[in-house]
Design a protein around this ligand. Structure first.
Ligand code: PEP
Ligand code: MG
Length: 587
């Protein structure tokens, strides 16, 4: 048994599919048919030519800027690209083993680097670095040329990876994956959010998973206890069979909630919306009968492309979503990139602390053209559907005023062009930076609604990277400072007469839902896969009890006390939230 951190509830059982990670480039190894070899080799030739062109262009520009000596480094790379030994390694692997060209390149690079390392000479070590570099360049080109179907992880497998970045997962088809296990990441990292949105069990922080687990190993990924079993003995398998059966029964019983309202036992209605990213999520939100979309993360549509989507393309995408949810409102969050979400075609300067660097609204305000195109697209959709616009990572009143001014400017342009839109479109600010939480009342006065992004709020308030496994012990949703901050933001919004939603992962965390109700929250937005579970919690709570729980907790000064209090006094939880597995450790 390998211990990790549970991030997405449920249990998965199936063969492992280990994702090779080449410096952030996902390499899927696929068997190809004999008659597919020629087209793989043709792709290789195309990639070689593109790599040569890129290298020549870089050589030229470096020669101009830095001189001939620096530019000569690229000459070595150009020669390596056509090195007969390298080419033979790649082509032979592809044709003899009948594997896709990306896997052949990755394995040939490994082979050559291993051979160089064994020689142990400094010169060969440098040569190994050059081989790795051209390998990376070729893989980046090949992955870009790859059709999306080829990025499908084999159905029914459990994906095992070192780390999953949004730029990788955006292009991978994970729809038939049973579970996900990673070495790195944090509970609130985007990969963990993705696991919950896919509704697949997930365990992160599994040390050396990629080397300890092999393709085809039978895995049990327990996304409740945070454990992974590799080729477990029959006793463990039987125990999990039993557990899986009880989950299935529970899941079935939740289905009866789809058409019931999210109302507490004492009759208080709660607006229960969905967080979405890709079009598939909209279908889930619709099927689970969400009251609307509380957070549409638009990054996904940008991550899957090679260049900025045009205003027209954006307009079509947002229309599809809004049409599906009509007449329910869709809150469209403008592009929140920077930090761990980067666009290959919009490079940003390297930053020592990316999550403290240029991201979200700050980045957009520095690139008003990008923001303007998106705002125009959203406004155009607003003519026919109820949509709202939400600005991420707001940290000051000035920022939200500038952002609002750009909405006004986009509207003015459309009006001049005779294009219709809703001039009263609701504008919201995310409260996810501590300074915005402190100024929540003033920010609320400037907008129509607030949306509390607890994922970033916790990260910045507690100074604990949301994506870091090492920081997991410091990243505490039930930290008294987090709870007091949320309560004060809710109070500030109410005092200003503005709506407030909680849309971070806390909203769908069974340990937090009742507490949030107790703080006065009446609008939650959660991953579609968590809608029914959250509705179940709302329907089993009373506002009177939630209020008492919240009052008690707000008196407390430590996470431990709060956790104990929540565990003891919270309304009875459902089986998915409480079941823990006590199983024999694997030999
Ligand atoms: C948040 O920070 O809580 C949030 C909802 O935004 P994201 O997770 O996309 O950063
Ligand atoms: Mg955020």
């Amino acid at each position: 048994m390998i211990k990790g951190i549970a991030v997405s509830r449920g249990i998965a059982r199936g063969p492992a599919y280990v994702l090779e990670d080449r410096n952030g480039l996902p390499v899927l190894r696929r068997r190809i048919r004999k008659d597919g070899v020629a087209s793989e080799l043709a792709r290789f030739e195309t990639a070689l030519i593109e790599a040569e062109n890129n290298l020549r262009a870089m050589q030229k520009s470096i020669r101009k800027r830095l001189g001939k000596r620096e530019a000569d480094i690229f000459q070595a790379h150009l020669m390596l690209l056509r090195d007969p030994a390298f080419l033979k390694q790649v082509t032979h692997r592809c044709s003899a083993q009948q594997i896709n060209i990306e896997a052949a390149v990755a394995e040939a690079v490994d082979h050559l680097c291993g051979a160089f390392a064994r020689i142990g000479d400094a010169l060969f070590r440098e040569r190994a670095a050059d081989v790795r570099d051209i390998g990376r360049r070729l893989l980046a080109i090949l992955l870009k040329l790859l059709p999306d179907e080829a990025m499908e992880v084999p159905p029914g497998t459990i994906l095992v990876a070192a780390e999953l970045f949004p730029s990788m997962t955006a292009r991978m088809s994970l729809k038939s994956v049973r579970g996900i296990v990673t070495e790195l990441g944090g509970k609130a990292s985007h990969a963990s959010i993705l696991m919950r949105s896919l509704g697949v069990p997930g365990v992160i922080g599994v040390k050396d998973a990629v080397t300890r687990i092999h393709n085809g190993d039978l895995l049990i990924a327990d996304g409740l206890a945070g454990t992974v079993y590799v080729n477990p003995p029959p006793a463990v398998r039987r125990e999990y069979d039993r557990l899986l059966a009880s989950f299935e029964a529970h899941r079935q019983s939740l289905k009866s909630l789809v058409d019931l309202p999210a109302v507490t036992k004492d009759g208080v209605a709660v607006k229960l919306c969905a967080n979405i990213g890709k079009l598939g999520d909209v279908e889930a939100a619709f099927l689970f009968n969400a009251d609307g979309v509380g957070l549409y993360r638009t990054e996904f549509g940008f991550l899957v492309r090679d260049q900025f989507p045009t205003e027209e393309e954006q307009c079509q995408t947002y229309s599809t979503v809004a049409e599906r949810m009509h007449p329910r409102e869709v809150v469209i969050r403008v592009l929140d990139i920077g930090s761990d979400k980067m666009l290959s075609y919009f490079p940003q300067p390297e930053e020592a602390n990316p999550s403290l660097g240029l991201r979200g609204t700050r980045l957009l305000l520095k690139n008003p053209g990008v923001l303007k195109a998106q705002l125009r697209a959203i406004l155009r959709v607003s003519a026919a559907h109820p949509v709202a616009v939400l600005f991420p990572t707001i940290s000051s009143v000035e920022e939200i005023l500038k952002a609002k001014a750009l909405v006004g400017a986009a509207g003015k342009e459309l009006r001049a062009e005779g294009v219709s839109f809703n001039p009263n479109i609701r504008i919201g600010a995310m409260i996810e930076v501590p300074s915005a939480a402190v100024l929540a009342g003033r920010i609320a006065a400037a907008v129509d609604f607030l949306s509390i992004g607890t994922n970033d709020l916790i990260q910045y308030l507690l100074s604990a990277d949301r994506a870091s496994q090492e920081m997991a012990e410091y990243y505490q949703p039930l930290h008294p400072a987090v709870l007091q901050t949320i309560k004060s933001v809710v109070d500030a919004a109410r005092a200003a007469g503005k709506d407030v939603t909680v849309c971070g992962e806390m909203a769908g965390n069974p340990a937090c839902t009742e507490l949030l109700l107790g703080f006065g929250v009446r609008s939650l937005s959660v991953t579609p896969g968590e809608l029914l579970e959250t509705k179940n919690l709302i329907r089993s709570a009373t506002i009177a009890h939630a209020g008492q729980l919240a009052a008690r907790v707000l008196e407390m000064g430590t996470c431990r006390e709060i956790e104990q209090c929540v565990a003891r006094f919270a309304a009875p939880r459902s089986v998915l939230a409480t079941t823990s597995t006590k199983l024999p450790a694997q030999a």
